[in-house]
Ligand binder design. Structure first.
Ligand SMILES: [Zn+2]
Length: 143
């Protein structure tokens, strides 16, 4: 298994694309229909491909640590997606399922979710916990 790629379903045609995580900010397009794949949508990353993606990103990265059972996380998901569209080309939005990725949760000492972590050039610059509206997420990006 190549852990330096992430799967992404095309919103246009439904095809599953495998994108190298170090090229996420290069506006990848669908291999079948040619539509932009991310278009500001958050990317799911995991323990084994997180670092490669973060280190390769020339843009600030906002990481949303969440879990499926967490009500406030689910409530914030649409705001996070909306912020992603607003920040398209200016920041990369990433989601990490804290249950499925214990190494990242432990490394970032995630004690409550949702927690937003802003990273740039591979380093954490800010974080905040609790669900926030899209406007606050955009402000948090600082771009
Ligand atoms: Zn497509």
């Amino acid at each position: 298994m190549d852990d330096k790629k992430t799967q992404f379903a095309c919103a246009g045609c439904g095809a599953t694309n495998r994108i190298p995580v170090d090229r996420l900010t290069e506006e990848p397009v669908c291999g079948r229909c040619g539509k932009p794949l991310l278009d500001g949508r958050p990317v799911e990353l995991a323990d084994d491909n997180f670092d490669a993606a973060i280190e390769a990103s020339p843009l600030p990265v906002l990481v949303d640590f969440w879990a499926p059972w967490c009500g406030p996380c689910r409530a914030m998901a649409p705001a996070f997606e909306q912020a992603g569209r607003t920040l398209k080309g200016r920041a990369l939005l990433v989601k990490v399922n804290s249950d499925d990725n214990p190494r990242l949760s432990s490394r970032f000492q995630i004690r409550s979710i949702p927690t937003l972590v802003r990273m740039h050039h591979g380093q954490e610059t800010h974080r905040r916990s609790g669900a926030v509206p899209a406007q606050a997420i955009v402000g948090f990006a600082g771009v």
